[in-house]
Design a protein around this ligand. Structure first.
Ligand SMILES: *Cc1c(COP(=O)(O)O)cnc(C)c1O
Length: 366
């Protein structure tokens, strides 16, 4: 059986160091907002190339806090519009509605699944205040055109970098390209903790301060509450695990790219579309998405051959029960992606035989 993602094997790769880190925190008597957190924030800021990094409880909170901080700072008001790709994972959109802001769903391009920058301008109104791009599947969604649009129309550019740690755009990392970025360290992400974790990166000192305050009960100083915040901190155990894994991230991404390179070269099937990659640095293959009009049959076939796959994602946000107001929207590209997408197993711990098996099985589908 080829697992979609073997988290046990991923953790086993760094088992000694992780066990040491866990013991170190357990024995230290200090479990929140300590040295591990401080070190991680500094190392991750350096890695991404941002001035500030704030560890938070998870990736959804990271995005929530960025928008909330812009509200506290007066850049955003309730009802303002935030443009966001329609085919993203629901967290990007939840962060917008959670803050009483209005998501404006933009169709992606079918070629690379990233927001169609040519559709942005026609969706702008005088309430448009921010654009959230999502580096979906680990592929860079940023472009010079997006930057130019944000500058021209005064939009804050927020990056959802939950799937793309380590991804490059012209030598710079995603997560350092916009005004602020949210990152997730959910166990299955390219940089994953042993539980939930997240971070905000930004070069904006004021924003960084407000995010840090919001995620700590809204308190800058003990027992003084400036905002109605929440408890949303990255704990020392998770920070310690991330400190172990961060130095290996680029190496792991390289291994992901090697698996992807084989899939791109060796999967040959007239009914299957492989992901379009224009520049090697721009994809870190958090997910290897293929498309097939007979997706469900393909998934069942691969399952019968012992290969586990996932769908990212089966139902688009605008068709979810929680967003009834959008059920009548017509977003044909998004809907087609959700109908046809299938994610192949891809991780830095796959063996050569497993990769061979996936390729042979996909090519044998008829
Ligand atoms: C995982 C993910 C998130 C949320 O991260 P959590 O840590 O699970 O809260 C946000 N956006 C995208 C695109 C994601 O894939």
């Amino acid at each position: 059986m080829v697992k979609y993602l073997d988290l046990q094997r991923i953790t086993a790769k760094y088992a000694d160091e992780i066990h040491q880190a866990l013991a170190r925190v357990a024995d230290s008597g200090w479990y929140l907002q300590g040295e591990e957190n401080k070190n991680f924030e500094q190392h991750y800021a350096d890695y991404i190339g941002s001035r500030y990094c704030i560890g938070v409880a998870n990736g959804l909170d990271a995005l929530i806090w960025i928008l909330r901080a812009y509200m506290e700072l007066g850049y955003l008001r309730p009802g303002d519009e935030v443009l966001v790709p329609a085919n993203t994972y629901i967290a990007s959109i939840l962060a917008i509605t959670e803050n009483g802001l209005k998501p404006v769903l933009i169709e992606p391009r079918l070629s690379n699944y990233q927001i169609d920058e040519d559709l942005i301008e026609q969706h702008l109104t005088e309430r448009s205040k921010a654009l959230m791009i999502v580096h979906l599947y680990g592929q860079c969604a940023y472009s010079d055109k997006i930057r130019a649009l944000c500058e021209r129309y005064g939009l804050k550019l927020i990056e959802d970098n939950a799937q793309a740690h380590g991804c490059l755009y012209a030598g710079r990392k995603t997560g350092s390209l916009g005004d602020a970025a949210g990152h997730s360290f959910y166990p299955g992400k390219n940089l994953g903790a042993l539980g939930d974790g997240g971070a905000v990166t930004t070069n904006d000192k004021e924003l960084a301060k407000v995010v840090r305050t919001l995620a700590n009960y809204g308190s800058e100083k003990k027992y003084l509450f400036r905002y109605t915040g929440r408890n949303s901190r990255l704990d020392e155990i998770q920070a310690a695990v991330l400190n172990v894994k961060l130095p290996y991230l680029d190496q792991d991404i390289e291994l992901r790219k090697q698996v992807a390179a084989r899939y791109l070269l060796e999967i040959r099937h007239p009914g299957i579309q492989l992901p379009l990659v224009t520049d090697r640095g721009q994809h870190v293959y958090h997910i290897f998405p293929i498309r097939c009009s007979r997706r469900d049959a393909l998934q069942a076939f691969l399952e019968s051959r012992g290969i586990q796959t996932l769908i990212h994602y089966p139902i688009p946000p605008h068709k979810q029960a929680c967003y009834k107001e959008w059920h009548n929207l017509s977003l044909p590209i998004t809907e087609q992606i959700h109908r046809e997408e299938l994610s192949l197993p891809l991780s830095p711990v796959m063996t050569r035989e497993e990769i061979d098996q996936v390729i042979a099985a996909v090519n044998a589908f008829d």
